[in-house]
Design a protein around this ligand. Structure first.
Ligand SMILES: Nc1ncnc2c1ncn2[C@@H]1O[C@H](COP(=O)(O)OP(=O)(O)O)[C@@H](O)[C@H]1O
Ligand SMILES: [Mg+2]
Length: 607
């Protein structure tokens, strides 16, 4: 993406808060005016003091003009008749200066706070948007990305965006300061102002060059962050494997390599970012020296009074300070451009086709007949399902068998609309599924897969997952049918035990029964059991078999299993080989056939 496009898109996220930003800018303006007023008081005081030099000896009243702005305001005329009025006057001025600092502080607070709030609002909105994009993206998109990388983008990169938005408060103040001071300086003395600006182009050039370097290193840092997240995630979930293969040192080295690369990029960024302020200082010093020299010359020639000479030098200093701020914040902004690009990638995730073609209807009162018509599907270019056709009557149990990698999971994934066939039709109750909203399609299919996923929450909430309308007694009935009731009741808080408390010691079979209860509660007419019992030993499987039979009752069931007992009882067995249905029929007819199935039976391997 081109840098300008990124900026424009970033701005579109910020523009809803234009109101706050304008108020923050107004606050920044007040802050600048306060600064300027302080300089005016300082210069006037110096001039007043000069005319009062040795005043104690004299008895003449001294008349003095304060706050003169040539052409706009004639100022106040103040007459000192004796020393004590003079001292009272200067104490009053001091009070005024302190008052100004107080007022300035209030407005600094508001401009910072408002921008900080805008930054946090943007991050709140962007994070929620990204989560929505992730969860609504097609499975294909999600599997294409490293989860650690996506996580970094949603957490780290959004945080950097938030900081960048917040730090625009100081850039805004700095910008307004530069404008205000420059106008005041031009008004006071054109020659000296022009001289003080000579080095500005050089500074601008440096800021942009260094900014580009910072942006480049920032992208590298964020990429390394993704690597770190990814490895951490893998380590935490695969700690058993790592330890069993005694791969700790390999992993430690791999981690070190990622963190070291990140360190190197961070150091490069730090080098550039830290270089900028002193370089600006040096250039500013050279600029100020010229101004100083010209100022001296003008004082000697009587074109400038000593108070405004000092005030002017102060203003030049105050003008360079915000330029330094702009340079510093620019590095933050460059960092944010790098992050914004990474955030936008997730924001641009496709949305899953909702199949809401005109006239598309929800599936209601589904009987559960399923038909595949010449379905072909490939991941990327490798064909996994090749011209498959079959019909399943409502309530039938279909066993899918075949070597691992033959395409069984892919077949049921297509049925659930996780992927779309390249060609051919899949129909439920004679309705093509691509004419049905995905939600409605999936509400009619319950999935129990090999890896049981329990979410953070109580056992009750886990069984209830996706069936919000169910009552506590519905949940218990489902658990009873799934043979889960007994062990759940034995837990410390029964159904209200949190998975965090229980997750550590729940056995595979127990987790599986919770997920079967979940499927029973969903009460969908079509059921998919994808190696639901594969990770269990024979004894646990025997217990679960009963739960599964309860679950399959009256539903069209696709069963992918690797035990003969489960497969034998099916109404129809389909043998998948190289993405095609190689054989199909009942157990007896297939055995008689002496084909692939009978060989699989001899070896007792089905999946
Ligand atoms: N997301 C994916 N991207 C690319 N190839 C995949 C993906 N999922 C599965 N495959 C490939 O498709 C083939 C069939 O996989 P799968 O349906 O899971 O087989 P089975 O469930 O029969 O073991 C395998 O060769 C597998 O490597
Ligand atoms: Mg599989």
């Amino acid at each position: 993406m081109i840098k300008n496009q990124i900026y424009r898109r970033l701005l579109s996220y910020i523009s809803p808060y234009n109101g706050s930003i304008v108020i923050a800018m107004a606050c920044a303006l007040v802050v600048s005016v306060c600064e300027l007023a302080r300089i005016q008081i300082f210069a006037d005081t110096l001039n007043a003091l000069k005319s009062l030099e040795g005043y104690q000896q004299s008895e003449q009243p001294v008349v003095f003009q304060l706050f003169v702005i040539k052409g706009f305001f004639d100022g106040y005329e103040i007459t000192f008749t004796n020393v004590s009025t003079a001292i009272r006057f200067f104490l009053g001025l001091l009070g005024g200066v302190i008052g100004l600092v107080f007022i300035k502080g209030i407005f600094v607070f508001w401009s910072d706070f408002l921008m900080e709030r805008v930054g946090n609002k943007v991050s709140l909105y962007v994070r929620n948007e990204l989560y929505g994009k992730i969860i609504n993206a097609p499975i294909k998109v999600i599997t294409e990305h490293h989860s650690g990388d996506v996580m970094t983008r949603v957490t780290e990169d959004v945080r950097i965006l938030q900081q960048a938005v917040a730090s625009t408060a100081s850039i805004m103040r700095a910008g307004i300061n530069v404008i205000i001071f420059l106008s005041a300086m031009l008004y006071k003395n054109i020659q000296m102002t022009v001289l003080s600006l000579i080095i500005l182009p050089l500074i601008a050039y440096l800021i942009s060059r260094i900014g580009a370097q910072v942006r480049k290193s920032s992208t590298e840092i964020q990429e390394r962050s993704s690597d770190i997240y990814t490895q951490l995630k893998e380590t935490l979930s695969g700690i058993n494997i790592i330890k069993s293969f005694t791969a700790e040192n390999v992993e430690i080295e791999r981690f070190k390599s990622s963190t070291t690369k990140q360190y190197n990029s961070a150091i490069r960024r730090a080098r550039f970012a830290s270089l900028l302020p002193p370089v600006i200082d040096w250039l500013a010093a050279i600029g100020s020296a010229f101004v100083f020299a010209l100022g001296c010359w003008q004082v000697i020639n009587g074109n400038l009074d000593i108070g405004w000479f000092a005030g002017y030098i102060l203003m030049v200093g105050l003008m360079y300070k915000p330029i330094k701020t702009i340079g510093g914040v620019n590095t933050v902004l460059q960092q944010s451009v790098a992050s914004a690009e990474r955030v936008f990638l997730v924001a641009d995730f496709d949305e899953e086709q909702s199949h809401t073609i005109q006239g598309s209807d929800e599936l209601i009162n589904v009987n559960g007949s399923v038909e595949f018509q010449n379905v072909t599907f490939s991941y990327d270019s490798n064909v996994v399902i090749n011209d498959v056709s079959f019909i399943v009557e409502p309530g039938e149990v279909i066993a899918l068998v075949g070597h691992s990698g033959s395409g069984k999971t892919t077949l049921v994934n297509l049925l659930q609309g996780f992927y779309t066939p390249d060609s051919g039709q899949i129909m439920i109750d004679r309705t093509p599924i691509n004419q049905v909203p995905l939600q409605s399609l999936r509400q009619n299919i319950a999935l129990v897969s090999q890896d049981t996923i329990l979410f953070d929450g109580t056992v009750l909430e886990n069984i209830q997952y996706g069936s919000n309308k169910s009552t506590r007694s519905d949940v218990m009935n489902a658990a009873i049918k799934a043979n889960a009731d007994t062990f759940i009741k034995k837990m410390s808080n029964g159904y209200d035990t949190t998975i965090g408390e229980a997750g550590g010691y729940l056995s595979g079979g127990e987790k599986q029964r919770i997920s079967i209860a979940r499927a029973i509660l969903k009460d969908a007419p079509i059921l998919v059991l994808d190696e639901a019992t594969s990770s269990l030993d024979t004894q646990s499987e025997a217990i679960i078999q009963e739960s599964l039979s309860n679950l399959m009752e009256g539903r069209t069931s696709f069963v992918i299993a690797h035990r003969l007992t489960t497969v034998m009882g099916a109404d129809k067995i389909m043998v998948i080989s190289d993405g095609k249905i190689a054989e199909s029929g009942t157990h007896d007819s297939l055995i008689a056939n002496r084909g692939i199935y009978s060989k699989l039976c001899e070896q007792q391997i089905f999946a």
